[in-house]
Structures are given as structure tokens and as C-alpha cells.
Design a protein around this ligand. Structure first.
Ligand code: NAD
Length: 487
């Protein structure tokens, strides 16, 4: 059975129900059907999982990094063998089109392979000393227990992006599953067990943020909190950690309001194609989605025409050839419709979409929506909507496009479409974000590519890539006086 009627916690390699049997419902975004009842966890399940992690962490930390990596190599192989299973689970949970669901499995397997290699590198540094008979070096050391708190939009990549580097670095992981995508993290636990990961090193607790996420963040045994989600929750988590008896490292990967700039020397057809992909892949539920399309006045009408022609062809649905799936929940759909209606009441105009798709109801499908004439400081221009909604802005030229690109509290990704190397280089330098794409989409990630944001999009860490080792290890500086009398 791909999706079980009951989704338990996964603690120390065992399926566990909640104390007292509390549950909540998981519904399918495709047809609003209840697909499962989910164990509703809280402080008791978190304490259980953290204790299991504490019992296993020391031996794992002392396991040589290449051996830890070898287990991830086996996990990669199992992920590829179980592609159909994980693809089906992701599709039930998110409703995303099949090709996007299986792409997530492939990229997670690629990440495990990359991290396996990091186990054989795991480099520190050696440094010269001005003193004779002294050696100075840095070592990467495991932190201990890692709390992994994830968003719903890419459930497998979400857990893989955290658990693979955290485990490779010698930590135990306690994940808080997203309440809207609960089963992926359990099946991921089964996969790690089958790959040979020792018991206790990976657990997944089900439940809502305040019930299950907060006690995990507040547990002083947790040494690193790795969070991906909204900026509002990220700030709350940082505050919770600062109030603990013992501090922890906090890695925040947060939201975006990403600009997609189209200059007057751009290939307009290519730009329209990639603007549509940036805005509507995963129904716009991507931190890196292109939610602000900034277009030079001189080509605005021509680009608008190309863009709307492409938007009209977007295949909405969850089938093999579809491009834009449903949003994650009824509440999310209602919120998006309201945000668009309110933007229109404040002066924005609808160039496309703006409504739910009646033909696909009761699934949570929204027509790909393009707004125009929204003021740059209007809520719709400033808040991350996390849905299939993008805004078009008209600017006089390059200088205005850079100003508008930066006129946001976020700084995750940005794209510029231009034939000018100079404009591209200026944008790379002046856009305040963690990733810039030239003549591409606003998204783009790989196992070797550090990803993260500035301002309200993150707190400086990058995942994955070699840089993710900085999240999950502490550097220890070692000074050895190897002939003390000669120092
Ligand atoms: P969210 O902030 O609502 O929830 C994220 C997680 O935090 C969930 O598991 C939730 O249960 C938990 N949580 C909520 N309240 C909590 C609390 N008080 N204590 C502890 N945990 C708590 O975000 P979401 O709507 O699930 O995800 C969408 C967001 O994630 C968007 O803002 C998106 O941009 C962001 N995101 C960022 C990246 C990135 O790499 N920067 C990637 C994907 C998604």
C-alpha cells in the first residue's frame, strides 16, 4: 500500500502511535479526500525521540566519516530502487505532477551520493605556527542531536536536504514532519534503516508546529536546529532557542519574493517560457518561485503578450504531462483567492487567472494568476504568497529594475534576462540575494550548489553543497605542542 490509512511517528526504527491515540486528518490536494489519519504528537513523543537520539549519537560520532558516508551511498541506491513508491507518496501528499514528484526522488538520491563523497573528504585545515614544535589544525566535529523542521512543498527533498548532511557529519536527527506531508519522513526512516543506519539516529515525530515543533526546538539536548519554512516561523524559532538554558546553532532557510527581470535586449520568448516556469512550477509553492516579473517599458507590451500566451497554455493538473498542480490545502487556496481579491480592490488588475478552477474541484487548483498595476509597496508586492500568483511591473530601465528587485525584505533568488554581459554582471553584483540566475529561471539547485538567502530569507547558512557541513559540524581548533620543552 503506497499510502497507509494511519501515519504513525517513526521513533528508533519503530512505528509509534500517539500517547492517548490523538490523531488528525490528512487530505489529498487532488480531490479533498481524507487519505489518512495521522498520529498527533507533542512533548512526550519529542522527548522519546530525543532520548533515542541521545543514546545513539556518541557511537555514531565516533564512526569514521567515510563509513557514515557509505550508508548514505546505500540509501541513494535504495532511493533509486524505490523511486515509484516515493513518487507516489509525494504525489498523494502534495498533488504535484508526476514528473516533479519523481524528480524529487532523483535529486535526493543525487544528494546522498554527493554526501557519501563528503565523508571521504571531510577536510579540516592545517595552519603554520610562528612557534617551533607546535602544530595547529582544525577538525570538523559532530554537534550531537539535530532537529530538522521542514516545509511541505518538497517533502522528500525537504528531509533529505537536512538528514543526509546531518548524518554524514556524525549527528543523530530528530525530524518534525510537516503536518500536511506526514508520511514521507516515515518512509524515509524505513529507507535509512534498510540502508544500515544504526537504531535511534533518525526519528520523525508527527504533529503541528506549536505542539511538536516547539518542544523539539526548546529541548536543550538538541545542538543544532535546522529549519526551513516561513520567515515568521523562522524568527520565532530563533527566539525560542535564545531563551533556552543552553544555546544551539540555528540554521534558517526561509521565504522569498524573487525578482525576474526582463531587459529590452532579452530573448522574449525564452524569458516568457522561464517566467512561467519560475512562477507556476509546484503551483508557485517554492521558496525560489518568480513572484515579481520586472519588465523594461520598451518591450513591456511585447513581453506581456508572449507571457500571457504561454500562461494560457499552462497545463493545470496532477497528470503525467501537467505543469501546475494544486496548492497544498483548502485553507491555502482560500487565502490566496482572498489575497488576490484584496490586491484587486486596492488597484491591481488581473491579466490572467484569479480564481479557483471549477473543473478540477474539489481539488485545490487555482488558475495561474498574473496581476498588473500593483504598487511596489502594496502587500501583494511585498508578502510571499506561496501560490500560483505572480505580479508584472513596468520599469524605465536597468537602474529602476535593480532598485525594484531589491525593494523587498526578502533576498533569496533573482533572475535577469539580457544579452548584455555588463547588465548581467551589474545585476549579479547589486541584487541582494543568495542566488542569481542569468537568462534562466529563478530556481535552480543541485547537491553541490550552496543555496540560501539574505535579509528575511535566511541567517547566512547554505544548504546543501560542501557548505552544509558548516551547519552540521563545529570546527575545533587544535594546538599541539609536540616537543613542549622546545616550544
Ligand atoms: P511554516 O513556517 O508554516 O512551517 C514550517 C514548519 O515549521 C512546519 O513543519 C511547521 O509545523 C513548523 N512550525 C510551525 N510553527 C512552529 C513553532 N511554533 N515551533 C516549531 N515549529 C513550528 O512554513 P510552510 O508554510 O510549511 O512552508 C512554506 C515556507 O517555507 C515558505 O515561506 C517557503 O518560502 C519556505 N521555504 C524555504 C526554502 C528555502 O530553502 N529557503 C525551501 C522551501 C520552502
Amino acid at each position: 500500500m503506497t499510502y497507509p490509512p494511519f501515519v504513525p511517528h517513526w521513533i528508533a526504527d519503530v512505528e509509534v502511535p500517539s500517547t492517548g491515540g490523538a490523531v488528525f486528518e490528512k487530505r489529498s490536494p487532488i480531490d479533498d479526500r481524507v487519505v489518512a489519519r495521522v498520529a498527533r504528537g507533542g512533548a512526550a513523543e519529542v522527548a522519546h525521540a530525543v532520548s533515542a537520539a541521545a543514546g545513539a549519537a556518541d557511537a555514531w560520532a565516533r564512526t569514521p566519516a567515510p563509513k557514515r558516508g557509505a550508508i548514505l551511498g546505500r540509501a541513494a541506491q535504495l532511493l533509486r530502487e524505490r523511486e515509484q513508491l516515493f513518487g507516489a507518496i509525494i504525489q498523494v501528499e502534495t498533488g504535484k505532477p508526476w514528473k516533479n514528484a519523481v524528480a524529487e526522488v532523483a535529486s535526493s538520491a543525487d544528494l546522498a551520493v554527493f554526501m557519501e563523497g563528503e565523508g571521504s573528504r571531510f577536510y579540516g585545515k592545517t595552519m603554520p605556527s610562528p612557534i617551533s614544535n607546535r602544530t595547529v589544525q582544525t577538525l570538523r566535529q559532530p554537534i550531537g542531536i539535530c532537529a530538522a523542521i521542514m516545509p511541505f512543498n518538497s517533502p522528500l527533498a525537504g528531509i533529505a536536504w537536512k538528514a543526509f548532511p546531518a548524518l554524514l557529519c556524525g549527528n543523530a536527527v530528530v525530524a518534525k514532519s510537516h503536518e500536511l506531508t506526514p508520511h514521507t519522513a516515515v518512509e524515509f526512516g524505513r529507507l535509512l534503516k534498510d540502508a544500515g543506519l544504526p537504531v535511534g539516529l533518525y526519528s520523525a515525530v508527527q504533529g503541528f508546529g506549536p505542539d511538536a515543533g516547539a518542544p523539539l526546538v526548546q529541548d536543550s539536548r538538541v545542538g543544532v536546529v535546522s529549519f526551513t519554512g516561513s520567515s515568521a516561523t523562522g524568527k520565532l524559532i530563533q527566539k525560542m532557542v535564545s531563551e533556552r538554558a543552553v544555546l544551539a546553532k540555528v540554521c534558517l532557510e526561509l521565504g522569498g519574493k524573487n525578482p525576474f527581470v526582463v531587459c529590452d535586449d532579452a530573448d522574449l520568448e525564452l524569458a516568457a517560457e522561464l517566467a512561467v516556469a519560475s512562477a507556476f512550477v509546484d503551483a508557485g509553492q517554492r521558496c525560489a518561485s518568480g513572484s515579481r516579473i520586472i519588465v523594461f517599458d520598451r518591450i513591456y507590451d511585447a513581453f506581456r503578450k508572449a507571457l500571457l500566451a504561454r500562461v494560457a497554455k499552462v497545463r493545470v493538473g496532477s497528470g503525467a504531462d501537467d505543469e501546475c498542480g494544486p496548492v497544498i490545502s483548502r485553507a491555502s487556496l482560500d487565502r490566496l483567492l482572498q489575497q488576490v481579491a484584496e490586491a484587486v480592490s486596492r488597484g491591481a488588475t488581473l491579466a490572467a487567472g484569479g480564481s479557483a478552477l471549477a473543473s478540477l474541484a474539489p481539488g485545490y487548483y487555482m488558475a495561474p494568476t498574473v496581476l498588473e498595476n500593483a504598487a511596489p509597496d502594496d502587500e501583494v508586492s511585498q508578502q510571499e504568497l506561496f501560490g500560483p500568483v505572480t505580479c508584472l511591473y513596468r520599469v524605465n530601465g536597468f537602474e529602476d529594475s535593480v532598485q525594484l528587485a531589491n525593494r523587498t525584505t526578502y533576498g533569496l533568488t533573482g533572475a535577469i534576462h539580457t544579452a548584455s554581459v555588463h547588465r548581467a554582471q551589474e545585476f549579479i553584483t547589486r541584487y541582494r540575494g543568495g542566488l542569481v540566475s542569468v537568462n534562466g529561471a529563478t530556481y535552480g539547485a543541485g547537491p553541490h550548489m550552496p543555496f540560501g538567502g539574505v535579509k528575511n530569507s535566511g541567517n547566512g547558512f547554505r544548504e546543501p553543497g560542501t557548505e552544509s557541513l558548516d551547519v552540521y559540524t563545529e570546527l575545533k581548533t587544535v594546538v599541539i605542542n609536540h616537543s613542549p620543552s622546545g616550544v
